[in-house]
Design a protein around this ligand. Structure first.
Ligand code: PLP
Length: 423
């Protein structure tokens, strides 16, 4: 009996769970020596490739110097360096000092929880308590109770529905539906006294790689600003170059009040997250009154080893041609997208920066639980490819260092899998 209980895994189906012993770049190696192409950056986190030497060295060095430190009332150099480096990078990307304060946590879900608590704290400390949150249809913000509450309701969280708090849902701005989105947001901002609107900029990841253009993001931000409703950008997936720019907000000229970053923050090597806040939000908690402090912490807040990995990641962004690699990968993905658009059985080919997504035409048997998902996963696994479809949607989100040949193999596999889908 294996004591390990895996996430998002139905052990009763007894599907194979390969063991990986080593990784480098876009490659993983199994215990029996087979190479696997990591097409999804090990769940969207690995940006520069697995085991980047500078990140590995930074982790090893820090582990021998200072491994962990309580972060309430104490500080250390790696955390200071991450915070100041991030603020400079975000300022430059957004062209304004939008979010000059950095709060650490350890996953995307906790970065979102912190963002929601900061938004509520902002209103409470101003003695204008507001508790309602606005969210976008099909969104995903994590798996803790608060993060699930602001995410789409479905099979992932139906069991916990009685515990999830009520939110206002704004329709997804699909093609031609933009005005409906703006009207709903405008009305909710005007009538419901919401504390904040939380959104995934440009790409809704776990909701099915749904995409909308930058001008829509800009318009939604403007509506919130007009009504004084806080705007939370969850860039946990879209940040770190995934959509072609360091931040997705950058493409829309949008400055959020609160910005969540995680996944690629350490280049995908260590769990670390930040919630960055505007001066107004920090100032609302700044007081001689201890009752107004920000009540959030976890044991490993700003763990020095994770911070050292993030410092190395920031240096890689400053000193290596990361943006050129992202642009080149984006162009190759666009080339693949055009080819896939011609394949029978493939619909809705779409792309944003380094992300390429397609749907398999399935007529009525879609959804996350459709039997197509596991069949597709097995198809890719047998070819030595780590691709993890979301229902009938398949996507590629590889590390930026992936080679031409590996990417061509992946594009061909997406095309070939159409025969599995129509079977
Ligand atoms: C993955 C993800 C999260 C949750 O991050 P975890 O590190 O898995 O907790 C939150 N928001 C978005 C947009 C994500 O893609």
């Amino acid at each position: 009996m294996n004591p390990v209980w895996h996430p998002f895994t139905q052990h009763g189906l007894q599907e194979p769970i390969p063991e990986i012993v080593r990784a480098e770049g876009a490659s993983l190696w199994t215990r029996d020596g087979a190479r696997v192409i990591d097409a999804i950056s090990s769940w969207w986190v690995t940006t520069h490739g697995h085991c980047h030497p500078r990140i590995v060295a930074a982790i090893a060095e820090q582990a021998g110097r200072l491994d962990q430190l309580i972060f309430a009332g104490w500080t250390h150099e790696p955390a200071q360096a991450v915070a100041s480096g991030l603020v400079a990078m975000v300022d430059e990307a957004l062209g304004a000092p939008a979010c000059p304060y950095v709060f650490f946590s350890d996953s995307g879900s906790t970065a979102v929880e912190v963002a929601l608590k900061m938004a509520l704290g902002f209103w409470a400390n101003r003695r204008e308590p507001r508790h309602r949150l606005l969210v976008m249809e099909h969104s995903y913000h994590g798996d803790t109770i608060g993060a699930m509450s602001v995410g789409a309701r479905g099979v992932f969280n139906a069991t916990y529905a009685p515990l999830l708090f009520d939110v206002g849902t704004i329709p997804f701005p699909g093609d031609g539906g933009e005005q409906r989105t703006y009207d709903a947001l405008e009305q909710a901002c005007a009538e419901d006294e919401p504390a904040a609107f939380i959104v995934e900029p440009l790409v809704l990841g776990a909701g099915g790689m749904l995409m909308y253009p930058p001008h829509v993001l800009a318009e939604m931000r403007a509506i919130c600003a007009r009504h004084g409703v806080l705007f939370i950008a969850d860039e946990v997936m879209t940040g770190w170059g995934r959509t072609g720019t360091f931040l997705a907000c950058e493409q829309a000229g949008v400055c959020p009040d609160i910005l969540c970053l995680a996944k690629g923050l350490t280049g995908g090597s260590m769990p670390l997250a930040v919630t960055m806040a505007s001066a107004a939000i920090y100032d609302a908690h700044w007081s001689m009154d201890r009752a107004k402090m920000f009540y959030h912490s976890s044991s490993y807040t700003a763990n020095p080893i994770a911070c050292a990995a993030a410092v190395a990641n920031l240096a890689i962004w400053r000193e290596e041609p990361v943006r050129q690699r992202i642009a080149a990968l984006g162009a190759r993905q666009e080339h693949g997208r055009r080819a896939l658009a011609e394949v029978p059985g493939i619909t809705n080919p779409r792309g944003c920066g380094t992300i390429l997504a397609i749907d398999y035409a399935v007529g009525g048997q879609g959804g996350y639980l459709s039997s197509l998902g596991p069949r597709l996963m097995a198809f890719f696994r047998e070819r030595g490819l780590l691709v993890r479809p979301l229902g009938n949607t398949a996507y590629l989100m590889p590390p930026y260092c992936i080679g031409d040949e590996d990417l061509a193999t992946l594009h061909q596999a997406l095309a070939d899998a159409a025969t599995v889908a129509v079977r």
